[in-house]
Design a protein around this ligand. Structure first.
Ligand code: Q9C
Ligand code: ZN
Length: 345
C-alpha cells in the first residue's frame, strides 16, 4: 500500500475549542498526524508528499464563495487589527431557519457563521494552507489507483467529512474523501463507493453526494439522537432525486461493542457490493477506538486489523483517508493495524 502525508498539516494549529462551557486545548491537533507518520515510518512505509493539485476537483465539491472565504479568512481576520493574530476567531451567529444565507454579509464574524455549522472548527493562520495541501494529498492517493495501485492511504489533517458544500464543521474545512471520490469519477471510475467508518456521521460527504447516483455513501456512526453532528445521519436518509437509494446510514447506540459494529460493517459491505462500484474511498476515522476521549464505541486496537482485512475483502481499488481519532498516542498503532490487516488479508 502506497502512503501519502500532508507535509503542511502542522500549519493548522489552533489552540482552543469549546467543551462543556470551557475553552480546552484542541483535540484535533498536529500530534495526531505525527503519531500516524511515526508509526508508518517505523513499519517501513515511505510517506509521499502530494503530487496532484486538486483545485479543479475542489470546485466540483465546494461552492466558489465558500472556497474564496476560506482562502482569505485569516487575512480578513487580521484586517480587523494586527493584534487579532493572538486570538482565534469563533462564529457567534448563524443563518438558521427563516434567515437568509444568499447574501454574504460584510462583517467577518457573520461570514464565519454563514460558512460554519458549529463553533467547533477553529481557524488558525495556516488553516487554508494545511487544508488545501491535505486535499491535494487525498487527490494524490486517488491518482495512484488510476495508475494501477491496489490501495493508497492518506495520513492527513485537518479531517474532512463534516465539511459540506459550503460550510466547515467538526474540525473539517475541505472534504478530503469527497475530493478523492470526485477525482476517481473524473479519471475513469463510473461509480464510486464512499464508506465512512468514523465515529461521527459524515454529514458533509453525505450532503455533497446526496442527489447523485454515481457516488454511493455508506456510514456507520454513533446515533445522531445523542452524538455529533446531531442533525443528520438517521437511517431514513436514503438519497434524493437521481441519488435515491444511494445513501445508507447505519447509526448505532453509544457504547456499541466490536461484535455489533462488525455486523454493521457486513451490512455496509453488502450494500457496496450490490452497488457495483469501480473504486472505494474509506473515510477512516479511528475515533471508534475504546480509548477515544470524545467518542463512545468500544473497538480495541486489534479490531483495526480485522477492519483492514474486511476492507480488502471488498475487492476494489481503495483509497483510505484519515478522518477523526483523538486518542493521539494510540492513533499510529490503530492506523498501521488497518493497513496491515488490509495487506495481509
Ligand atoms: N467541542 C471528527 O471526528 N465536537 N470530528 C465535540 C466539542 C465535535 C469530530 C467537542 C466532534 C467532531 C472528524
Ligand atoms: Zn469523528
Amino acid at each position: 500500500m502506497i502512503t501519502f502525508h500532508n507535509p503542511l498539516q502542522h500549519t493548522h494549529a489552533p489552540e482552543h475549542e469549546f467543551f462543556r462551557g470551557e475553552r480546552v486545548p484542541c483535540f484535533e491537533n498536529p500530534t495526531r498526524a505525527a503519531y500516524v507518520e511515526a508509526a508508518l515510518t517505523a513499519r517501513g512505509h515511505v510517506l509521499h508528499p502530494p503530487d496532484v493539485d486538486c483545485t479543479e476537483v475542489l470546485a466540483k465539491i465546494h461552492a466558489p464563495r465558500y472556497l474564496a472565504f476560506l482562502a482569505s479568512a485569516w487575512q480578513q481576520w487580521l484586517s480587523l487589527g494586527e493584534e487579532q493574530n493572538r486570538v482565534q476567531p469563533f462564529p457567534s451567529v448563524w443563518p438558521v431557519r427563516t434567515l437568509r444565507s444568499d447574501i454574504e454579509p460584510d462583517n467577518f464574524i457573520a461570514k464565519l457563521g454563514l460558512y460554519s455549522m458549529d463553533n467547533g472548527s477553529p481557524l488558525a493562520a495556516g488553516t487554508w494552507t494545511a487544508a488545501k495541501a491535505g486535499a491535494d494529498a487525498a487527490a494524490s492517493a486517488a491518482a495512484r489507483l488510476a495508475a494501477g495501485e491496489r490501495a493508497a492511504f492518506c495520513s492527513t489533517r485537518p479531517p474532512g467529512h463534516h465539511a459540506g458544500p459550503d460550510f466547515m464543521g467538526g474540525y473539517c474545512f475541505l472534504n478530503n474523501a469527497a475530493v478523492a471520490a470526485q477525482w476517481l469519477r473524473d479519471h475513469g471510475a463510473a461509480r464510486v463507493a464512499v464508506l465512512d467508518v468514523d465515529y461521527h456521521h459524515g454529514n458533509g460527504t453525505q450532503s455533497i453526494f446526496y442527489d447523485r447516483a454515481d457516488v454511493l455513501f455508506v456510514s456507520i456512526h454513533g446515533d445522531p439522537r445523542t452524538e455529533y453532528p446531531f442533525y443528520l445521519g438517521h437511517a431514513d436518509e436514503t438519497g434524493a432525486g437521481l441519488g435515491a437509494g444511494c445513501n445508507l446510514n447505519l447509526p448505532l447506540p453509544a457504547g456499541t461493542d466490536a461484535a455489533t459494529w462488525f455486523a454493521a460493517l457486513e451490512q455496509a459491505c453488502a450494500r457496496i457490493a450490490a452497488f457495483g462500484a469501480d473504486a472505494l474511498v474509506v473515510s477512516l476515522g479511528l475515533d471508534t477506538h475504546e480509548g477515544d476521549p470524545i467518542s463512545r464505541f468500544r473497538l480495541a486496537t486489534t479490531d483495526f486489523l480485522r477492519l483492514g482485512a474486511r476492507l480488502r475483502g471488498v475487492g476494489l481499488p481503495t483509497v483510505l483517508v484519515l478522518e477523526g481519532g483523538y486518542a493521539a498516542a494510540e492513533l499510529g498503532t490503530n492506523a498501521v493495524n488497518v493497513l496491515e490487516g488490509f495487506e495481509q488479508a
